[in-house]
Design a protein around this ligand. Structure first.
Ligand code: SF4
Ligand code: SF4
Length: 382
């Protein structure tokens, strides 16, 4: 399986588009994937309302370049997303704010690509027999598109360890449903099964990854540390793409539960020996900081299941930074967060440590408190 990995220093639009075209030509050329009658759906990562330079979201120039590349060859290009979390009376409002703050709304208006808020769209319920058995709501435009392209950001993730082409597909699921799955599957390896179910249902044709800037440490939100890697990557195999990208951060082939499960289900290649990396980008020498939960990756599920709740990092709200925006209150799958004396607080007895609050807090007010035993072993294996 081939993964293109092309160096790209910044987001200057002309250069970026050329680099993205180069990456696609290395894996067969865009014409290999698209016919003139096709509808192409692009799925960027807009975790939460963030500006383009946050390192948290797919840069809007990556989306703009992708729109222009596909508009030259397909009948129609759509862009769709449902951000993480929920806010206020309307589930869809965070996604709308994300469209505005990221610059995506402007990009779609300039290019006349149709922008879809997946929180407000008709879905079809689909399940896969190998997975968790849930009826998963998938937006009709995703199912109806001839070509689906995942446009992820290269980041670590405090709960799933890594987020790339596959995890990005979780944003196809409408807001409230995402919250429910966190509640139903608090064990990271079980949660990974849900993500792989979504991969198996959607089966994207292609992914182009924004690795020019990304996050390490406790990503994927405000608490992650921004890095500059200077790479754009592309592959028709999302598992292979994520395996290579996670490898750049220091993860091994078997470390990321999502990629491992997807590989086991034959949805792609998660074995580096079977992946050919094409392009001019050299593997970074830099040592990246892995998320706190990375120690748990070495444990089998039968050990992880009973002890993970006590070993896992806990969220802790720093009231000095909390603006009481209530995003975490609305998004917590356990309703474990409440407001008190001008700040959000967590009822830790109800918390399942999904870290959604940490991921979504726009102020970086939700910190991660590590179990000291956990930290000791984490340092030992990293
Ligand atoms: S902790 Fe963050 S998300 Fe929660 S209310 Fe405070 S500022 Fe908002
Ligand atoms: S308090 Fe935070 S970590 Fe705990 S269940 Fe709620 S969202 Fe998840």
């Amino acid at each position: 399986m081939e993964v293109a990995s092309i160096s790209c220093a910044d987001y200057e639009i002309n250069k970026l588009k050329r680099k993205m075209e180069n990456s696609l030509s290395l894996i067969g050329g865009v014409e290999d994937f698209v016919d003139s009658s096709d509808t192409v759906l692009l799925k960027p990562n807009l975790l939460s309302p963030k500006p383009p330079d946050s390192g948290i979201i797919t840069n809007p120039n990556v989306v703009k370049s992708a729109i222009e590349i596909f508009q030259g060859r397909a009948a129609e290009v759509l862009v769709g997303e449902s951000s993480g979390g929920v806010s206020g009376e309307f589930d869809s409002s965070l996604t709308d704010r994300g469209f505005q703050e990221s610059g995506l709304e402007e990009v779609c208006s300039e290019t006349e690509a149709y922008l879809i808020n997946f929180d407000r769209i008709e879905c079809e319920l689909i399940s896969v027999s190998q997975g968790v058995g849930e009826d998963i709501p998938v937006p009709k435009p995703v199912l109806d598109a001839d070509i689906v392209v995942s446009l992820p950001k290269l980041k670590t993730h405090a709960f799933t360890l890594f987020t790339g082409a596959i995890k990005n597909l979780y944003g196809c699921i409408p807001g409230m449903k995402k919250r429910e799955y966190h509640k139903l599957y608090p064990n990271p390896k079980r949660f990974a099964e849900v993500i792989v179910d979504i991969l198996q249902i959607i089966k994207p044709d292609l992914s182009i990854m924004d690795g020019v800037e990304g996050l390490h440490g406790n990503g994927p939100g405000e608490k992650g540390k921004k890095f500059h890697m200077g790479v754009v990557m592309a592959s028709s195999d999302l598992v292979a793409l994520d395996t290579v990208a996670a490898g750049y951060l220091g993860f091994g082939d078997e470390d990321i539960p999502i990629s491992k499960i997807a590989g086991d289900r034959d949805l792609g290649v998660n074995n580096s020996d079977k992946i050919e990396i094409l392009g001019d980008f050299d593997e970074p020498d830099e040592e990246f900081e892995l998320p706190s939960g990375s120690f748990l990756r070495i444990l089998p599920n039968w050990i992880l299941e009973p002890i993970s709740a006590s070993l896992k990092a806990k969220p802790k709200i720093n009231s000095d930074n909390c603006a009481l925006c209530e995003i975490c209150l609305e998004s917590c799958p356990q309703d474990a967060i409440y407001s008190d004396s001008g700040t959000a607080r967590i009822n830790i007895d109800d918390c399942i440590k999904c870290l959604c609050c940490h991921e979504l807090c726009p102020k970086g007010a939700v910190e991660i408190e590590e179990n000291p035993v956990f930290r000791f072993f984490s340092d030992l294996v990293s």
